[in-house]
Design a protein around this ligand. Structure first.
Ligand code: FES
Ligand code: FES
Length: 161
């Protein structure tokens, strides 16, 4: 067993964990079930979170690798009920249906906007390649990312809203 201290959404979690414990299980065991497990093999992206500001698949990250780091999950985004520009764009552009993929999609989209502030549709599709959605056909997700890119409030989640 190994002691870890991980700050999640601004709150520090100190736990003693098995070295093999995955970060996604660490988060979900802490009650943060917005982070989903869709495949466990790094294919679907539904487990994506921010690890020190960078989008990361938490199903292929060990909790011990996140020791001392800051993690942001979907529960940590809305500020007092105020959605981020990206969350609002997913809502207004119908970028979700069942919502299972959505937390991971939001963080993948954030990564796209972090690296391409004004992405082309091709850059958005390329950036979303690691995230699967069984419902939407992706078109409205691309529209949502475009809408967020055009939103003056958007400076990126984790670095602004
Ligand atoms: S659960 Fe992590 S990529 Fe599918
Ligand atoms: S909205 Fe259902 S999997 Fe994407």
């Amino acid at each position: 067993m190994t002691a870890v201290s991980i700050t999640v959404n601004g709150r520090r979690y100190q736990r003693t964990v098995e070295p093999r414990l995955l970060l996604v299980h660490f988060l979900r065991d802490a009650g943060l079930t917005g982070t989903k497990i869709g495949c466990d093999t790094s294919q679907c992206g539904s487990c994506t979170v921010l690890l020190d500001g960078v989008s990361t698949k938490s199903c292929t990250t060990l909790a011990v690798q996140a020791d001392g780091a800051a993690v942001t999950t979907i529960e940590g985004l809305a500020d007092g009920g105020q959605l981020t520009a990206l969350q609002e764009a997913f809502w207004s552009k119908h970028g979700l249906q069942c919502g299972f993929c959505t937390p991971g999609m939001v963080f993948a989209a954030n990564e796209i906007l972090r690296t391409h502030p004004n992405p082309t549709p091709e850059q958005i599709r390329h950036g979303l390649e690691g995230n699967m959605c069984r419902c939407t056909g992706y078109q409205n997700i691309v529209r949502a990312v475009q809408a967020a890119a055009a939103d003056p409030r958007r400076a990126g989640i984790g670095g602004g809203r």
